[in-house]
Ligand binder design. Sequence first.
Ligand SMILES: [Zn+2]
Length: 123
Amino acid sequence: MHELALAQSLVEIVCEAAQANNFCKVTTIAVVSGELVGVVPDALEFGFEVLSQDTLAQGAKLEIRQLAATIKCSSCGFEYPWQTYGYLCPQCSKLGGEMIQGNEFYVDYIEGETKEEKENDSG
Ligand SMILES: [Zn+2]
């Protein structure tokens, strides 16, 4: 299962970042996932839930932002959605271009609680 492998690396990345930031608990994980990676959010969340148990990331909320696959025309520079036009530029009708977005999968940011930060309760 594709998502399980992604969830595994997600837990590793997040736990490392949490330690580097002195987090005792991770609350939110923002993930960016390109359309072509083909992640099923539910499956990723499930895998993450299972694999993050007994780690700093346990119980964290996963926010998955999906990015549409985007092509940049090599002729006129126009950027258009691959879903709609494929590799055919709607601006100048040139075939071909460069995929500039859609293959990425990374952690955008994480939020968490640090050990010392306990005084402010008014948030
Ligand atoms: Zn074009």
